[in-house]
Design a binder for this molecule. Structure first.
Ligand SMILES: O=C[C@H](O)COP(=O)(O)O
Length: 256
C-alpha cells in the first residue's frame, strides 16, 4: 500500500439493514474493537434513518459516518429524496455514489453520478464513486472500456484541486454479495488501470493521491491479500460490515 501518497479507507456499506437502535448497538460493539487503528480511516455508510443514531454512537471514536446515496439538487420538489445539505447538517462526511444496486434497481446513470459527485464536493462531502463491470462484460473482455466510461463521465467537470476528495470503489458486480471475490490479481489489475485513467485525466501527482478501494465479498479472510495489492487502498464492505468482529478484522488487515 502506498501510505506515503494516499489514505487507506475501509468503509462499510450497510445497505438496507439495521434500525436506528440496532445501528447504535452495532457501533457500540465496534468501537472498542476499532480503537487501535493506526493509519486506516474507517467509515460506516448507513441508511438515512440511522444517520442520527450512528453519528451519536460514533462520537469520540475514529469512525466517520457516511450515507448510501443523495440527490444532486440542493432542495425542491423531489419527493422522497435527501440533499447533501441535509446530510452535512447531521454530521455525515462521506456519501456513496453510483453503487451498482442503485444503477441496477433505481436507474442511476453515469450522468446522474456526475451531478452527485459534484454536488457532494460542493457541499463538503467526500463521494465514494462506485464503478464496476458485470459478469457478461468481463467475459466479453470489455471490463476496462466499461469502467473508463464510468470514471470519465462521473468525473466530468470535477476540478483538479478537488479530485483528491473523491474515493473510487472498484466493485465487480459479479462479486457483490455472491461470495465470489475477485482474485487479488484481478482487483489489483483493475485498480491500477483506474489509476492510469485518473493519471490521463489529472496527471501523475493527483492520480497517486486518490484512494481506490476494492469491494465485492471482501471479508476477514481475504482482506489482507486484496489489500496487499499496491493499488488497492481500502475496501467497500457490504455483508462483513454488519458483523463487528469481521469488520474489525478487515480494519486490522488494513493497518498491517
Ligand atoms: O458496497 C459494498 C458492496 O456492494 C459489497 O458487498 P458485499 O461485501 O456484501 O459483497
Amino acid at each position: 500500500m502506498n501510505r506515503r501518497y494516499r489514505k487507506t479507507i475501509i468503509a462499510g456499506n450497510w445497505k438496507m439493514n439495521k434500525t436506528p437502535s440496532e445501528a447504535k448497538a452495532l457501533i457500540e460493539e465496534m468501537k472498542p474493537l476499532l480503537s487501535k487503528t493506526k493509519w486506516c480511516e474507517m467509515v460506516l455508510c448507513v441508511p438515512f434513518t440511522d444517520i442520527q443514531a450512528a453519528v451519536k454512537a460514533a462520537k469520540g471514536s475514529k469512525i466517520a459516518i457516511g450515507a448510501e446515496n443523495m440527490h444532486f439538487e440542493k432542495s425542491g420538489a423531489f419527493t422522497g429524496e435527501i440533499s447533501a445539505d441535509m446530510l452535512k447538517e447531521l454530521g455525515v462526511k462521506y456519501v456513496i455514489v453510483g453503487h451498482s444496486e442503485r444503477r441496477q434497481y433505481f436507474n442511476e446513470t453515469d450522468e446522474n453520478c456526475n451531478k452527485k459527485v459534484k454536488a457532494a464536493i460542493e457541499n463538503g462531502l467526500r463521494p465514494i464513486l462506485c464503478v464496476g463491470e458485470s459478469l457478461a462484460e468481463r467475459e466479453q473482455d470489455v471490463t476496462m472500456e466499461v469502467i473508463r466510461k464510468q470514471v470519465k463521465i462521473a468525473l466530468q467537470g470535477v476540478a483538479a484541486e478537488d479530485i483528491k476528495k473523491v474515493v473510487i470503489a472498484y466493485e465487480p458486480i459479479w462479486a457483490i454479495g455472491t461470495g465470489k471475490t475477485a482474485t487479488s490479481e484481478q482487483a489489483g489489475e483493475v485498480c491500477a488501470k483506474i489509476r492510469d485513467c485518473l493519471r490521463e485525466l489529472y496527471g501523475a501527482r493527483a492520480a497517486r493521491a486518490i484512494t481506490i478501494q476494492y469491494g465485492g465479498s471482501m471479508n476477514a479472510k481475504n482482506a489482507a491479500e486484496l489489500l496487499a495489492q499496491p493499488d488497492v487502498d481500502g475496501g467497500l464492505i457490504g455483508g462483513a460490515s454488519l458483523k463487528s468482529a469481521d469488520f474489525a478484522a478487515i480494519v486490522e488487515a488494513a493497518n498491517q
